[in-house]
Design a protein around this ligand. Sequence first.
Ligand code: SF4
Length: 411
Amino acid sequence: MARSNTFSAPRRHSKSIYLGKVQVGGDSPVSIQSMTTTKTANVEATLSQIYSLAGAGCDIVRCTCNDGEAAIGLAQIVPRSPLPIVADIHFHVEMALAALEAGVAGLRLNPGNLRKPAEIKLVAQEAKDRGVPIRIGVNAGSLHPDLYKKYNGVTPEALVESAMNELSLFGEVGFEDVKISVKASNVVLMIEAYRILAETVDVPLHLGVTEAGPPPAGIIKATAGIATLLSEGIGDTIRYSLTADPIEEVKAGRVLLEALGLRERKGLDLIACPSCGRAEIDVIAVAKAAQEALEKLNLPLQVAVMGCVVNGPGEAREADLGIAAGRSKGHLFIKGKIVGVVKESEMVSALVEEAQKIAKEGVEARLAAADPNAQAEAEADRLALLENRGVDANNSITKIEQIRRRIDLSE
Ligand code: SF4
């Protein structure tokens, strides 16, 4: 039965599986995954990265299991990891079996690389016996050669057929504890493949645009693919594959899910105006400094940095907290109401202090504690700025007049 989420499209129904204690699919929230970049054999470095990923909001982490040393590393990492560990397997069946022996919470098999049916069934049987789920991780870049030939290249249908072939081998040993991904670096190809897959199976789907590249282009490409599918109700777990620190992958995943209303906000949501001719400060610099200072607090607040007090508090009235510049001052506001006026140089520290007070005392108490003169002072600054710069700070009226003159001349 379909259930609704924040989109008009209902979320696709899927079975659910468990990676350790983390449910994927069914009614569970869309989870965020990442992958360690350390050598898995380096147990301490890998665990340190896993702890950082957990702190950033990661739900499931994948580690490569590419050799015996990595498998031995996994055996030591698994019991100390705060997150369920998925072993990434490509060519060697023995690495899959060793990872299961190490106690991992899940396996990822690439059907394009691990191809012998007998080996695939052997892994599925072992995983079934241990109650460990497997992701069938199809990748356009390593599509099975037979399918590449059959479809004359990489197509959405070829990616889906690769996954279905593997699923059918799993079925031969009665193994159904599965999720699937059909990733490609081509966003349109990836979207189409997942759409077909979503119509074909009812297992949970792991979304991703593979090899998306470094930010910001990588984030944009991954978001284009993942958000499109999520907005259609498709997708149960996501990974941003960025050429960057994996923490950035998790942050991007969180921001996307929070923006789409699919996960509750855990940390800071900093909004800032784009700046314009009215700006009284360097909005980019202040927003960056505020982001860095407030992120450390790890508070679930939406905070606004606005370039002027003329429009700022009103435009950001939905933010929990904000600051707007004007006449060398910062006008601090909570839910659009001015609660204090500080020096321009103290804008960021005032935001930090107020954010801590809101976390401790709550919004209502902080509104009640507002400086009674602040509102009047802000209004006076607002009017003075309007007088200084006029209603049309961007000179659009003048520009429009000039455009009209040119149009008149050309007629
Ligand atoms: S009017 Fe003020 S708040 Fe709006 S973009 Fe311009 S500087 Fe920012």
